[in-house]
Write a protein that binds this ligand. Structure first.
Ligand SMILES: C[S@@+](CC[C@H](N)C(=O)[O-])C[C@H]1O[C@@H](n2cnc3c(N)ncnc32)[C@H](O)[C@@H]1O
Length: 299
């Protein structure tokens, strides 16, 4: 892309919500920000909220206060959602002092259903790296809860199909005998997604301690929305949702209450728009070590 094309691709980025903006990124408390967005305007609310585990960007609350706050954000998110829209919450486990785990999806599910939302998938996001535990099995997954307010909702499966394992397989009997049996566009990706988490030398890593990978949110956006639809992330962090929405030609609005993160989010979206942001592409195979690597052997 030459400099002129890059300039044309740079779209106006607002700080206050306006439905005409391609991108709105604000430094704000999420409840205050969501109130700017009209009812029935949004096709997808997708986010990874603070997990209440004492990260640098959150105030640790009692469980009761944490769930009450989540309920308020969920309620506002439902208000802005279109009837055919979707809501996706990416969550992990709370770990207490006694090393007891509390899966946040288990805890939050009752809140979602109290608003009459219907759970469509509980997607398991599996990754291979993280803290090593010595007194229980190391945690290697988070979950994505996908809810819809209605039984009629956007689901563009063809946008996210993955290659068939045996594309050459044919029907061996019946009227279709001899024809290929699998969909030529690929198969349904299923509800277990293996995507590396953004740690250490991942190409998408910024200063944020808990980014989600762009490929993860891009898959949700492609499947659950159409071009030019509005996608909202109330806990935007460094803008992984904004980058994915911008790459897939959706409008996006999001906020984070830490201005450094919003500044990084804006810069990442600008780089994405000019084709200069390095990302790990959706569908890229998981790294397999070179069999000759010294790291595979001990003397
Ligand atoms: C798990 S991180 C989200 C990371 C994001 N998915 C990304 O890829 O960068 C949660 C974020 O919520 C922000 N946050 C916490 N409480 C907030 C609030 N009340 N309003 C807005 N943002 C908040 C934190 O600063 C943090 O960046």
């Amino acid at each position: 892309m030459n400099t002129r094309d890059k300039r044309i691709k740079q779209q106006k980025m607002g700080r206050i919500f306006d439905a005409k903006n391609k991108v709105t990124l604000a430094t704000s408390d999420c409840l205050r920000f969501l109130r700017q967005i009209p009812d029935n305007s949004t096709s997808l609310v997708v986010t990874s909220p603070p997990y209440n585990i004492g990260k640098s960007y959150e105030r640790k609350l009692s469980l009761q206060k944490y769930t009450a706050l989540q309920a308020r954000v969920i309620s506002e998110s439902i208000r802005i959602l279109k009837p055919r829209g979707s809501l996706c919450w990416v969550v992990g486990n709370l770990i207490s002092k006694g090393n007891e785990i509390l899966p946040l999806d288990l805890m939050l599910h009752n809140i979602f259903t109290s608003f009459d939302l219907k759970l469509r998938n509980r997607i398991v996001w599996h990754f291979e790296h993280g803290l090593n535990c010595s007194n229980r099995f190391s945690g290697r997954y988070e979950t994505i809860l996908w809810y819809t307010p209605s039984d009629t909702y956007t689901f563009n499966l063809d946008n996210v199909r993955v290659p068939q394992k045996y594309p050459g397989k044919r029907h061996y009997k019946g009227p279709k005998k001899g024809e290929y049996s699998g969909n030529p566009l690929g198969k349904n990706p299923g509800d277990v997604w293996v995507i590396p988490n953004v740690k250490a030398n991942h190409v998408e890593k910024t200063v944020h301690p808990c980014q989600f990978p762009i490929a993860l949110v891009e898959t949700l956006i492609l499947a659950l929305t159409n071009r030019n639809d509005l996608v909202v992330d109330p806990f935007m962090g460094v803008g992984s949702t904004a980058v994915a929405a911008s790459n897939t030609k959706r409008r996006v609005a999001g906020c984070d209450r830490i201005s450094e993160y919003t500044r990084i989010a804006r810069s990442r979206v600008r780089l994405a728009q000019s084709g200069d942001l390095k990302t790990r592409p959706r569908g890229k195979d998981i790294h397999v070590p070179d069999p000759n690597s010294k790291l595979l052997r001990r003397d």
